[in-house]
Design a protein around this ligand. Structure first.
Ligand SMILES: [Zn+2]
Length: 441
C-alpha cells in the first residue's frame, strides 16, 4: 500500500522536478573563508614541501584536513572513517620522487554501501615555477577553495544518512602531475568501488576574470565526450551510433545542469563545457576518466590568470598571486551547495542501468529495454531528436512493468537518441545510461 502511494506520487513527478528543491543546504561563506585562510597559513602546500614540519608545508596542511574530518566525524557519532592513502611518484616535476598522500573521509552508505560518490579537491599549491617549494604559495583559489568545499560538503552531508557511500577526498600532487587523482582512482579500482560519480572541484571560489569581468551566476562543468577508458572497438561502436555526447561523464554533467535548475535558490547556471578540462590543461578527474569512472570538474565561471600559479609580487602597479582577497566566498558557498545537492541526489538514487538496448531498425517504432537495477522503484526512459544535445521527452516506467521494456510508437530509431535512468522512491535519479551500446567493461 505504501509502495503504491509512493509510486502514485512518483508518477506525478515531472522529469525536471525536484529532489533537492527548497532543501538547498546552507553552505557557510564565513566557515569556507576561515578554512581557506587556515590553508593559506601553512605558507606553501607544494607537494615537495615539508611533510613533517608542524606549521609550514603540505604535511601540516594534510594533518589539519584530517583533524577537520575527525572533528566532523565526532559531531555525527563517528559517521566518517578518516584514512590516508599514499604512494611514491616521480616525474619531471619530482625527479627524485616524492611520497604523495591523500586524506580521505568515508561516510559509509546505509542502503547500498558498495555504490560510491566521490567529492574531491586538491590541497597542494604552487607559484610561477612548479619546482619552487620554498616560496609562499597561498593557493587560495587553486585549490584551497576546492579543499574547503570538500570539508564543508562533509559537514553538511554528514548530518544525514545516505543510501550510497560518500568519499570526501583531499588530494596532493595535482600540480606535479595529477598524482593524487591517480592514487585515488587506483585505490577505487583496488577496492572495487563502483564509482557512480567523481566530482572534482578545482578553482571554485572566484567571480572576477583577468580583465575585471564579473561572472557570479555561472559555474563551468567539464566532461569528456570520447571516453578515455574505451578501447578502439568500443570507441568505434560509440561512433557508429552517434553516442559521443552521451558517455557517463557527459551524462553526469547533464545531471549537474539538472541539479542547478532544480535548485534555483543557489542561483548558478551550469555551463557544461563539452571537453574533459580547460584547453590543453588538466585536473584530478582525468585519471578517474581513464579508469572508466563518471567524472567531471567544477570550476569558476571565469578565471583570473594573474591570480593563479603566480609568484606573489607587484609589477607595474599590477598585483599577482593566488590570494584570499581575490576570492568570493558567497560564490564558493553556492558552488558547495550545488555539489551537495548533486551528491545527495546521486547518493539517494540507485545506480544507473548497466546497459540499455534499442531495437527498431526499418520500423516506425523503437523498443527500448534495459538491465534491471536492484532497488529501483521506477525508471525514466528519455529520448530526443538526433539533432539535439539535451533530452526533450521522457516517460516514467514502474519497476514492475520494466522487464518487458517499452515500445515508443512512431519514434523512429534512426532519428532519435534514447537513454534510461533509475529512480528511488523519493524520486532521486541516477545518471542516464545511453541506449545502443554494449555494457561498459
Ligand atoms: Zn588546481
Amino acid at each position: 500500500m505504501i509502495k503504491q502511494s509512493l509510486l502514485a506520487a512518483l508518477l506525478l513527478i515531472a522529469p525536471t522536478a525536484a529532489h533537492g528543491q527548497d532543501q538547498t543546504p546552507a553552505a557557510d561563506p564565513a566557515r569556507l573563508k576561515a578554512d581557506v585562510e587556515k590553508l593559506v597559513s601553512f605558507g606553501t602546500r607544494h607537494t615537495l614541501s615539508s611533510a613533517t614540519d608542524p606549521k609550514r608545508g603540505i604535511g601540516a596542511a594534510r594533518n589539519w584536513g584530517a583533524a577537520e574530518f575527525a572533528r566532523i566525524s565526532k559531531a555525527c557519532g563517528g559517521c566518517l572513517t578518516v584514512e590516508r592513502i599514499a604512494d611514491r611518484f616521480d616525474g619531471p616535476r619530482a625527479p627524485d620522487g616524492v611520497i604523495v598522500e591523500n586524506v580521505l573521509a568515508i561516510q559509509k552508505g546505509s542502503g547500498d554501501p558498495a555504490h560510491v560518490i566521490i567529492i574531491a579537491g586538491h590541497i597542494d599549491s604552487r607559484v610561477s615555477d612548479p619546482m619552487n617549494f620554498t616560496a609562499d604559495a597561498p593557493g587560495a583559489n587553486d585549490d584551497a577553495s576546492g579543499t574547503a568545499l570538500v570539508i564543508e560538503a562533509a559537514r553538511l552531508l554528514s548530518k544525514h544518512k545516505h543510501r550510497a557511500t560518500i568519499v570526501y577526498a583531499l588530494l596532493s600532487g595535482e600540480e606535479q602531475g595529477l598524482w593524487g587523482g591517480r592514487l585515488l582512482a587506483r585505490h577505487a579500482k583496488e577496492k572495487n568501488w563502483p564509482v557512480a560519480a567523481m566530482l572534482n572541484n578545482d578553482i571554485v571560489g572566484g567571480i572576477k576574470g583577468t580583465d575585471g569581468t564579473i561572472v557570479d551566476n555561472r559555474v563551468r562543468v567539464f566532461s569528456e565526450g570520447i571516453r578515455a577508458s574505451e578501447d578502439l572497438a568500443a570507441q568505434l561502436a560509440r561512433r557508429g551510433i552517434g553516442g559521443e555526447d552521451d558517455g557517463p561523464s557527459r551524462a553526469l554533467a547533464k545531471a549537474a545542469i539538472r541539479a542547478g535548475k532544480q535548485s534555483p535558490t543557489i542561483g548558478l547556471d551550469v555551463l557544461a563545457v563539452r571537453r574533459p578540462d580547460r584547453f590543453r590543461r588538466g585536473g584530478d578527474h582525468l585519471p578517474s576518466l581513464e579508469l572508466g569512472y563518471p567524472a567531471i570538474r567544477f570550476s569558476v565561471g571565469i578565471e583570473d590568470y594573474d591570480h593563479q600559479h603566480q609568484d606573489l609580487r607587484t609589477e607595474n602597479g599590477r598585483k599577482y598571486g593566488d590570494t584570499v582577497d581575490e576570492m568570493d566566498f558567497a560564490y564558493l558557498a553556492r558552488v558547495t551547495a550545488l555539489n551537495v545537492v548533486l551528491a545527495s541526489e546521486l547518493a539517494a538514487a540507485p545506480p544507473a542501468p548497466a546497459s540499455v538496448s534499442i531495437d527498431g531498425a526499418v520500423s516506425s517504432d523503437t523498443k527500448v529495454s534495459w538491465t534491471p537495477v536492484k532497488d529501483a522503484v521506477a525508471y525514466r526512459l528519455y529520448w530526443r531528436r538526433a539533432d539535439r544535445n539535451d533530452w526533450t521527452d521522457s516517460q516514467l516506467v514502474p519497476a514492475d512493468a520494466a522487464a518487458a521494456g517499452r515500445t515508443l510508437p512512431g519514434v523512429i530509431i534512426d532519428d532519435h537518441f534514447f537513454g534510461v535512468s533509475a529512480l528511488s522512491a523519493d524520486g532521486s535519479e541516477s545518471i542516464v545510461t545511453f541506449g545502443g551500446l554494449p555494457p561498459a567493461q
